[in-house]
Design a protein around this ligand. Structure first.
Ligand code: ATP
Length: 788
C-alpha cells in the first residue's frame, strides 16, 4: 500500500495528533495560557484566550477565518459563536461535548473536532459550505439524517460507537468516508454515494479489557494497517471476544458504489471477496487480517482491471502453496501485493505456472522426456537410430479431437503399408467400444504412465481431456524395425513438443471447416460430453491461428468435412512426399514420349534404385539396406558412399521443375514466400491444393485459404521447362532439390521414401499399394490410376 493512498485518506486539513502531545508549532500560546492560569478555568474558552492565540488566528479580509486550538483541555467553546467568519476550525484533543457554536459559523468549510467527548451527532445548524468534518475519537453512537449537509465531501467518523450506517443518503458529494473502529457488523446505508475512499477497518487485535491505542492518523489509509508485522489472524472463535470495533463478516452493500477507488476493510472477519466484483474503479483494497482462506476468492476481483494494490496479509489464504504466484496470475494488473512490489519475474513465472503458453508447455514436456531418457542406461536399438544428422521419417496428422485424423492414419497405413505403419501411442483413458489394446492405443494406468515417463520411454506426452497421451520411442522404433515410417496422430501440443526433438516428421493439419458439421459428427459419436464437444470445437480456432501465425508450421492443411475427400487429398499429398507421382509421371513420359528417350538421357538416367530421398535427391543401393548388412543399422550415415551418380527420370523431372522455379525467381516471377507455406502444391498439382481453396473459403477466416494464384502458378510450373524458357535450360542451375520446399529443408531431409530393402515382405493385400519399383520403366505404373 502506498503513502499516496494513505494521504488520500488523511486530508491535510484534518490533521490530528496523539492525545496529550504538545506541538508548540501548532499551538503557540499554550505555555503562556498555562502560565497565566487561563487553563484552570474549567476548560472554558474565553475571548482573551482566542485573542492570545494570536499566531493561530488568521484574519483575511473581513475577519477571523482559521482558528486552531488543539490540546487545550477545552470543554466549553461557546465563545466561538461570535466568530462568524471562521472557515476552518481545528479543536482536536480537547474535552468538548457541545459544538452548537458552529451553528453561528455559516462560512465554516473545515471542522476538526476529533479526540473530544462529543456524543451529539452533528449537534449544530448546518453551515452551508461545510465540506470536511473530522469527528473521529468521540462518543457518538447513532448516525442521524445528514440531508442538510449535502455539501460534505469528507467525513471521518472513526473511533466512535456507531452500530449502523444511516442518514447519509442525501450526501451527494461525499467522496471520502471513514467509519473505522466502530461497532458496525453490516455495511448498509451507503446507497449509491459517490464515495471514492471508504474505510471500515477495525483496530489492532487486543483484549477488550485493554485500552485501545489510537492510531496516529484518524483517517487511516489501506497502506497503514495497524500491525503489519503481526500477520497471524485471530482464530474465528476469539474474534468476537477479544476484539472490538467493526465486525464485518461479509462484503455487502457496496455494489452501487461505482466510484469507489480505495477500500479499507482490514481487521474484520471477512472470508470472501464476493461483493467487490462490480466495483470497476477499485484500485486499492486492504483486507489485512481477515479470514480469507481460498485462492478461489480472488476470482471475484479478477475483472477489476484497475486494481493495482491488494493487501491480504494475515489471512489464512497465505498458507496456501504458491499463494503469491496464484494471486499474481489471477490479478495480472497488480503492482503491489501484500505491501510488496510485484516483479516482472513473478508475473512471468505465474503465467508459466498456471497458463503456460503452448510453446512453454512443449519445451517443458520435451525437456522432461529428454532428461529422463538421459538418465537411463544407454540402449542399443536394432533399427536405425535417428539423430540430429539423420532424422527419421515420420508422418504426423494433427487436428482437433474426433476430426477423423485417426481414421485417416489407419487407412493410410493400410493403403501405403509398404511405407507406413501406425505408431501406437499410450494413453491413460480406457478403450472406447471397438478399440483394441495395442492397435488404437496401448491402454495403461496413470501409475504405469508415470513410471514410463520416469523410465524415459516417451518422446512426448500431453494431457488432454483429463487423460494422458504419449508417444514412446519404442513405438517409433517398432515401426522403424520393419523398415517403415511411423504415422501418428496427435493434438497440437504434441506437435509442438515433437518439434523440439530431433525427429523431423511431416505435419499435416486435418481441420474441420464447417463447424456445425463437425459438431454434428462429434455428437453422433456419442462419446463426448457437451463440454468436451465445446472444447474440441473451440480448438479449431487454435489450429487455424497456428496455421495463420506460423507460416510453414504445418506442411499441409487438409479440410476434413468430408472424410473420403480428405483421404483422397491426403493420399495425393503422401504420394507427392514419396515422389510416387513423379515416378509414375517419369514412367509414363519414358514410355509415351520418344523425345525424352531421344535426348539420350534415358540410358544414363535409368535408375539403379527407386529409393531416392526426396530431400537429397540421392539414390541408395539395396545392399546397403539389407538388414543382414552391417551398414543397415547405419544407413543414413553411410548413405553418401552408396550414392549413385545416376538420376531416375522422376528425379530429373523434379530437378528440372525446381530449376525452372529458380529461373523464374531470377527473372522476377517468383511465387513468393507465401507459396512455400504450401510447398507440396507448388511442386505437383496436388489434389490437396485443388481441394483446399474451395473448402478454405468455407473456413470463414478459420484457416488461411490457399491462394488460387499460387495453385495456378504451381500448375504452370508443372510444365516442361523447355516450353517456357527454351535455351535457358541449357545452363543448369546448381540448386538443392529441396531448397524451395521450406526454410531449412535443404539442411535436413524429410520423409524420404522408405527403402524397399528395409521393408517387411509384401503381403498379398498390399499388392495394390503404390511402392517404389526396382525398375520404374518395367514396373506397371498404374498404381495411382487404380487407386483413383
Ligand atoms: N501422443 C499424443 N500426443 C498428443 N496428442 C495425442 C497423442 N495421442 C493421441 N492424441 C490426441 O488426443 C486427442 C484425444 O484422443 P482420443 O483418442 O481420446 O480422442 P478421440 O475422441 O478418439 O479422437 P480422435 O479420433 O481424434 O483420436 C486426439 O486428438 C488424439 O489425436
Amino acid at each position: 500500500m502506498t503513502e499516496t493512498t494513505s494521504q488520500q485518506f488523511a486530508p491535510p486539513s484534518l490533521s490530528s495528533r496523539p492525545q496529550g502531545s504538545r506541538n508548540d508549532a501548532e499551538a503557540p500560546g499554550y505555555d503562556e495560557l498555562e502560565e497565566s492560569g487561563e487553563m484552570e478555568k474549567d476548560g472554558f474558552l474565553t475571548a482573551e484566550m482566542v485573542s492570545s492565540c494570536g499566531s493561530n488566528l488568521r484574519r483575511i479580509g473581513t475577519g477571523l477565518q482559521h482558528l486552531s486550538l488543539p490540546s487545550h483541555n477545552l470543554s466549553d467553546v461557546s465563545v466561538l459563536s461570535t466568530y462568524v467568519h471562521i472557515q476552518k476550525l481545528e479543536l482536536p484533543h480537547n474535552k468538548i461535548k457541545d459544538l452548537s457554536c458552529v451553528s453561528h459559523m455559516p462560512y465554516l468549510a473545515i471542522l476538526d473536532a476529533s479526540h473530544n467527548e462529543i456524543s451529539n451527532f452533528f449537534g449544530f445548524q448546518p453551515p452551508k459550505n461545510l465540506k470536511e468534518v473530522n469527528f473521529s475519537h468521540n462518543r457518538m453512537t447513532k448516525m442521524e439524517d445528514l440531508s442538510a449537509y449535502s455539501s460534505l465531501s469528507k467525513m471521518d467518523l472513526g473511533y466512535n460507537s456507531f452500530t449502523e450506517i444511516s442518514g447519509l443518503e442525501q450526501c451527494c458529494n461525499l467522496s471520502n468516508l471513514s467509519l473505522a473502529h466502530n461497532k458496525i457488523s453490516k455495511i448498509s446505508g451507503l446507497g449509491s454515494l459517490p464515495l471514492t475512499h471508504l474505510c471500515l477497518h477495525s483496530p489492532v487485535n487486543q483484549p477488550v479489557s485493554q485500552p485501545v491505542t489510537a492510531p496516529t492518523q484518524s483517517f487511516r489509509g489501506p497502506a497503514q494497517s495497524p500491525t503489519p508485522t503481526d500477520s497471524r489472524p485471530l482464530p474465528g472463535n476469539m474474534l468476537g471476544k477479544s476484539r472490538r470495533g467493526n465486525q464485518l463478516s461479509r462484503i455487502e452493500g457496496l455494489e452501487n458504489l461505482k466510484s469507489l477507488q480505495v477500500l479499507d476493510l482490514s481487521l474484520n472477519s471477512i472470508n470472501s471477496l464476493s461483493g467487490l466484483q462490480n466495483l470497476h474503479l477499485l484500485g486499492s483494497i486492504n483486507l489485512e487480517k481477515n479470514l480469507i482462506s481460498e485462492i478461489q476468492e480472488y476470482k471475484h476481483i479478477h475483472d477489476l482491471f484497475l486494481l493495482r494494490d491488494i493487501n491480504v496479509l494475515g489471512n489464512p489464504v497465505q498458507e496456501q502453496p504458491d499463494y503469491r504466484l496464484a494471486v499474481i496470475f489471477l490479478l495480472q494488473h497488480l503492482t503491489v501485493l501484500d505491501q510488496e512490489k510485484v516483479t516482472a519475474e513473478e508475473k512471468v513465472s505465474s503465467v508459466n505456472k498456471y497458463d503456460p503458453p503452448l510453446d512453454v508447455m512443449a519445451a517443458r514436456d520435451h525437456m522432461t522426456h529428454l532428461v529422463y531418457q538421459l538418465m537411463q542406461p544407454q540402449v542399443l536399438y536394432d533399427s536405425t537410430l535417428p539423430s540430429a544428422d539423420s532424422p527419421y521419417p515420420m508422418l504426423v496428422l494433427t487436428g482437433p479431437q474426433g476430426c477423423g485424423k485417426r481414421e485417416l492414419a489407419h487407412r493410410l497405413c493400410q493403403d501405403f503399408s509398404q511405407y507406413f505403419a501406425y505408431g501406437t501411442c499410450h494413453t491413460t483413458r480406457g478403450p472406447y467400444f471397438g478399440e483394441e489394446d495395442g492397435i488404437d492405443y496401448h491402454y495403461v494406468s496413470e501409475e504405469d504412465f508415470q513410471n514410463m515417463i520416469h523410465m524415459g520411454k516417451f518422446i512426448q506426452t500431453v494431457q488432454y481431456g483429463g487423460h494422458r497421451y504419449g508417444l514412446t520411442r519404442d513405438a517409433i522404433e517398432d515401426v522403424a524395425r520393419e523398415g517403415l515410417a511411423c504415422c501418428v496422430h496427435m493434438e497440437l501440443e504434441g506437435v509442438l513438443s515433437l518439434k523440439n526433438s530431433y525427429f523431423e516428421p511431416r505435419y499435416i493439419l486435418v481441420i474441420p471447416t464447417q463447424v456445425e458439421r463437425y459438431t454434428g459428427q462429434l455428437k453422433r459419436r456419442d462419446l463426448y460430453t457437451p463440454a468436451q464437444i465445446d472444447m474440441a470445437v473451440s480448438r479449431i480456432e487454435l489450429y487455424a491461428n497456428t496455421n495463420r501465425q506460423r507460416p510453414g508450421f504445418f506442411d499441409n492443411v487438409i479440410p476434413c468435412d468430408d472424410l473420403e475427400e480428405a483421404y483422397q487429398t491426403l493420399r495425393q499429398v503422401v504420394k507427392e512426399y514419396l515422389l510416387l507421382e513423379e515416378q509414375e509421371e517419369g514412367e509414363n513420359n519414358n514410355r509415351a514420349s520418344p523425345e525424352l528417350t531421344s535426348t539420350g538421357h534415358e540410358p544414363e538416367e535409368k535408375p539403379s534404385s527407386p529409393r531416392s530421398r526426396s530431400g537429397s535427391g540421392t539414390v541408395m543401393s539395396a545392399a546397403a539396406l539389407d538388414p543382414s548388412d552391417p551398414c543397415y543399422r547405419n544407413y543414413f550415415t553411410n548413405i553418401q558412399v552408396e550414392l549413385s551418380p545416376q538420376k531416375s527420370p522422376a528425379e530429373l523431372v523434379s530437378i528440372r521443375r525446381r530449376e525452372q522455379l529458380v529461373r523464374e525467381a531470377i527473372v522476377g516471377k517468383s511465387p513468393g514466400v507465401y507459396s512455400q507455406l504450401f510447398k507440396s502444391t507448388d511442386e505437383s498439382r496436388a489434389s490437396s491444393a485443388l481441394s483446399v481453396p474451395s473448402s478454405a473459403r468455407a473456413l470463414s477466416g478459420l484457416v488461411e485459404p490457399l491462394d488460387i494464384s499460387v495453385l495456378g502458378h504451381a500448375l504452370e510450373l508443372g510444365q516442361a521447362p523447355e516450353a517456357s524458357h527454351p535455351g535457358i535450360d541449357q545452363q543448369p542451375v546448381a540448386v538443392s532439390p529441396s531448397s524451395e520446399r521450406r526454410p531449412g529443408s535443404n539442411v535436413k531431409t524429410i520423409l524420404p521414401p522408405i527403402p524397399t530393402g528395409r521393408r517387411t515382405p509384401v503381403v498379398p493385400t498390399q499388392a495394390s499399394s503404390p511402392r517404389p519399383s526396382q525398375n520404374p520403366l518395367t514396373e506397371e505404373g498404374g498404381d495411382a490410376d487404380r487407386e483413383g
